[in-house]
Design a protein around this ligand. Structure first.
Ligand code: ADP
Ligand code: ADP
Length: 239
């Protein structure tokens, strides 16, 4: 039931720029979709439309059977609770611990003073440990986030998404600022959470070879339109 469906979605930004142009897309639960295209082709707009951060000007967006376009703020909040986000720039609070970063999404369930003294509820703490273990950085749990390497910081961000127990993970250029071997390590983690946990993963990539290797499906974008949709292995350089 945690598929994603866009029908005739156009996004026009307030300044008139068109981010998406009549996009039709149907993603089944459990897919690992690599989205490729040049800078400005609409990849992040697509991701931000799926979590309701950018409103569709036209068309319909449906995620997990819920309508995203026109949804109330409360409905969007509920939806985003099921969607983990990963960004190019990691978006961590550098001065605080890895543990605090992973559990920041659970603050609603944990009184603020508890986080200040590191007194998390046992269930939350276990979730964090499990998520960090899954991405191989459990040993860093009490380090400051800023003390970690780029690849490790991105793993913290993935663990933060996992601690939410999401159905979908949306990753916007998660490896664009990492060197190639580190990028592959992070892609391996995304693949593992897709395969082991059945989480649907959409990942924006600017490198075709990573998309070919890791995607079970590839979407090619150009000027706000989908110009390729098919097996990642068959995709030509035309994208
Ligand atoms: P990317 O190409 O990696 O998606 P950009 O560098 O194009 O990112 O954009 C960075 C930020 O600037 C984003 O938050 C995006 O929404 C915003 N942005 C991009 N293009 C424009 C624009 N033409 N006008 C206003 N904001 C923009
Ligand atoms: P990509 O992620 O492939 O780099 P984007 O989705 O960021 O592409 O951008 C698609 C188009 O929308 C670009 O022309 C970009 O400049 C424009 N754009 C993105 N964000 C904004 C924004 N906040 N305001 C205006 N235009 C934007």
């Amino acid at each position: 039931p945690w598929g994603i469906r866009l029908s005739g979605v156009t996004v026009r930004y307030p300044n008139g720029t068109v981010g998406l142009r009549g996009v039709d897309l149907d993603i089944a639960a459990g897919e690992l979709v690599a989205i490729v295209g040049l800078s400005g082709s609409g990849k992040s707009t697509l991701i931000r439309t799926i979590n309701g951060l950018v409103p569709a000007t036209d068309g319909q967006v449906e995620v997990g059977g819920r309508r995203v376009d026109g949804a109330s703020a409360a409905a969007l909040r509920e939806l985003r609770g099921h969607i983990g986000m990963v960004f190019q720039s990691f978006n961590l609070a550098g001065r605080t611990t890895v543990l605090n970063n992973v559990l920041v999404g659970r603050l609603a369930h944990t009184a603020l003073w508890r986080t200040l003294v590191g007194a998390y509820r046992e269930a939350d703490r276990r979730l964090a440990y499990e998520a960090l273990d899954r991405v191989g950085i459990l040993s860093k749990v009490y380090e400051r986030a800023s003390a970690l390497s780029g690849g490790q910081q991105q793993r913290v961000a993935i663990a933060r998404a996992l601690a939410q127990q999401p159905r979908i993970v949306l990753a916007d250029e998660p490896v664009a600022s990492l060197d190639p071997p580190t990028a592959r390590g992070v892609m391996d983690d995304l693949r593992r959470i897709n395969q082991d946990l059945g989480i649907t993963v959409l990942v924006n990539l600017h490198l075709l070879d990573l998309a070919r290797e890791y995607g079970t499906r590839m979407i090619g974008m150009r000027a706000g339109e989908i110009v390729y949709d098919g097996p990642a292995s068959d995709a030509s350089d035309a994208v």
